[in-house]
Design a protein around this ligand. Structure first.
Ligand SMILES: Cc1ncc(C[n+]2csc(CCOP(=O)(O)OP(=O)(O)O)c2C)c(N)n1
Ligand SMILES: [Mg+2]
Length: 559
């Protein structure tokens, strides 16, 4: 490791054994660099002083991007992982630092995102004694164990590198997800003999050929096959595209499955039409999705056979016993299925025209949410096809999930079942930081934006060219509408006093502009995407939007 080699005076043994004297912090950082990480999103504090000292020494290999709140650091790491499909890391102090990062860690868990949290600890000898040390929290390790599947408390430098490599492997093995390494204030800075651990091999998916044959038979004989994609299908876009063509099967993606099949393909569908197709289907191939909406809301009966592909064997039968369960990474499993299928699948008539007509009929019905769709069309017209769109828990976000055309995998970031207000802006900052080669646009409401709006300072400090659109209706609009419509207009806790968003953005030195109409939004976006030397905030004042809920919470179609 280049930066470690500068410390030759600390090298205690020969190159043959590669044992070096280094601190626990240096060992963790060298191991992360050895795993290909080049950035850590972080907020310092005394428990992590030795970690930051080591980060100073590693600056040429691992950039430290500091944020203004731990929530920002962890969401940025999440955004980086989602936009690249690779592991990312953040570092925060214990107690309040950990809890501040908690919503993002929870979201990373729900999204199976490989995010590593480095969390400080009180002095090693005092852990668990309840002395009231700075940032002490009762049973921090226990709290962390409820949040992630893999966590380790590093107790000495000798253990640090292997613990890091094991965490990195756990984040990418079986069901991917976040992991945490805790380390005490005094242990980070302790020196000892360290053998750096190279990346450990991630176990490859074992293909169950019997199950593949069974799946191929079912799909080959299916009259109305349907493919449903969740976040677990994002790495299998080519395979899903080929299967869809071979079977003439529509592909439904909602939220995290969007973009697996290009929205320009007439077989690519979103929720409302997807529900119609669920009602007609005889075989469903579900790839990396919990199928919660389908099985709970839309219904299930014996006439529908389900083939599940999931990284987690426990996921298959949680709600319904599938006809075939395939466990592992979606891409290799679907490749095996593609190899087996031609022997089982006869020639199929094209469904292109039928699907085009049905898509057009739904587009007509979606005109009910025309104001949202007009803004989404403006964004789509300006965002390049590989540009990344980050949604939020807002009227515009709900509409985007069903109506924003997504062309490529990993270009529509949506937070999954946690749906935590405030994820958008900070996650998008991380996505834009990790993918400087493509424009990223975040949309949020005035409510959601203010959760992490202070990270505008981070965007300025690190010159992150994210474009953020704030749709300002002066309310937690979604909540307000529910109170108006379902609770007899008993409106409470949902009106908002906002800053002047343009003045707010400008006060940081960001580009900021207010636009009213979709065509003005297009112009503002075009300008922002052409001048990518810092962040841009676009405020769009809006009135109450028409409700999109009839297209999302749709009643049973079978069973
Ligand atoms: C962490 C978190 N807290 C609360 C909520 C509940 N919630 C869902 S939407 C919403 C209002 C969003 O307001 P805004 O961002 O302005 O978007 P709008 O609905 O006005 O379009 C709230 C409070 C949530 N989803 N997540
Ligand atoms: Mg609002």
């Amino acid at each position: 490791m280049k930066y470690l080699m500068k410390r030759t005076e600390r090298k205690i043994s020969t190159a043959r054994t590669d044992t070096l004297t280094m601190t626990a912090a240096e060992a963790v950082i060298a191991t992360l660099i050895g795993h290909g990480l080049d950035t850590i999103y972080a907020l310092p504090g005394v428990q992590n002083d030795f970690l930051f000292e080591a980060l100073f020494g590693a600056q040429d290999r691992l950039r430290t991007i500091h944020t203004r709140h731990e929530q920002g650091a962890a969401y940025m790491a999440l955004g980086a992982a989602l936009a690249t499909g690779k592991p990312s890391a953040f570092a925060v102090v214990p107690g309040p630092g950990l809890l501040n990062a908690g919503a993002a860690l929870l979201t990373a868990y729900g999204m199976n995102a490989p995010v590593l949290g480095l969390i400080g600890q009180i002095p090693d000898a005092d852990i668990g004694r309840g002395l009231g040390q700075l940032h002490e929290i009762r049973d921090q390790g226990g709290i962390i164990k409820r949040l992630v599947d893999h966590s380790t408390l590093i107790r000495k430098p000798e253990q640090a590198s292997r613990a890091t490599a094991l965490a990195m492997r756990a984040m990418q093995s079986r069901r991917p997800g976040p992991a945490v390494l805790e380390c005490a204030i005094d242990v980070w800075g302790k020196s000892g003999p360290v053998t750096l651990q190279a990346p450990l091999p991630v176990p490859a998916t074992k293909i169950d050929h019997g199950a593949i044959r069974k799946a191929a038979k079912l799909l080959g004989a299916a009259k109305r096959p349907l493919i449903i994609c969740g976040g677990g299908a994002q790495g299998a876009s080519e395979e899903v595209t080929a299967l869809s063509a071979m079977l003439q099967a529509p592909v439904l993606g909602f939220r995290r499955g969007r973009g697996v099949l290009d929205a320009r393909d007439p077989l690519s569908v979103t929720l409302p039409l997807g529900r119609d197709l669920w009602g007609e289907a005889d075989v469903v191939l579900a790839v990396g999705t919990r199928l919660l909406i389908q099985l709970r809301q839309w219904g299930i009966d014996r006439a529908l056979k389900i083939i599940r592909v999931d990284a987690d064997p426990e996921e298959h039968g949680r709600l319904h016993k599938p006809a075939v369960a395939l466990t592992g990474d979606a891409a290799p499993i679907l490749q095996s299925l593609l190899a087996e299928l031609p022997a089982q699948n006869g020639s199929r008539a094209s469904r292109q025209t039928e699907m085009q007509e049905r898509q057009a009929a739904w587009r007509k019905r979606l005109e009910k949410i025309a104001p949202q769709i007009a803004f989404l069309e403006a964004i789509r017209a300006e965002l390049p096809e590989d540009g990344i769109f980050v949604d939020e828990v807002t009227q515009m976000g709900f509409a985007a999930r069903i109506a924003f055309p997504v062309y490529k995998p990993r270009t529509f970031l949506s937070p999954g079942y946690q749906d935590p207000l405030g994820w958008g802006f900070a996650t998008a900052l991380g996505a834009q930081h990790a993918r400087p080669d493509v424009p990223v646009v975040a949309i949020s409401g005035d409510g959601g934006f203010m959760f992490t709006a202070t990270e505008m300072a981070t965007a300025m400090r690190h010159r992150i060219p994210l474009v953020t659109i704030v749709f300002n209706d002066g309310a937690f609009g979604n909540v307000r509408r529910i109170q108006q419509e379902r609770f007899g207009n008993r409106v409470i806790g949902s009106d908002l006093a906002n800053p002047d968003f343009v003045a707010f953005g400008k006060s940081f030195g960001a580009e900021a502009i207010r636009v009213k109409h979709p065509n003005e939004l297009r112009q503002a976006l075009r300008h922002a995407f052409a001048h990518r030397d810092g962040p841009t905030l676009i405020e769009v004042p809006v009135g109450a939007f028409p409700s999109p809920w009839e297209f999302i919470n749709m009643p049973k179609v079978r069973g």
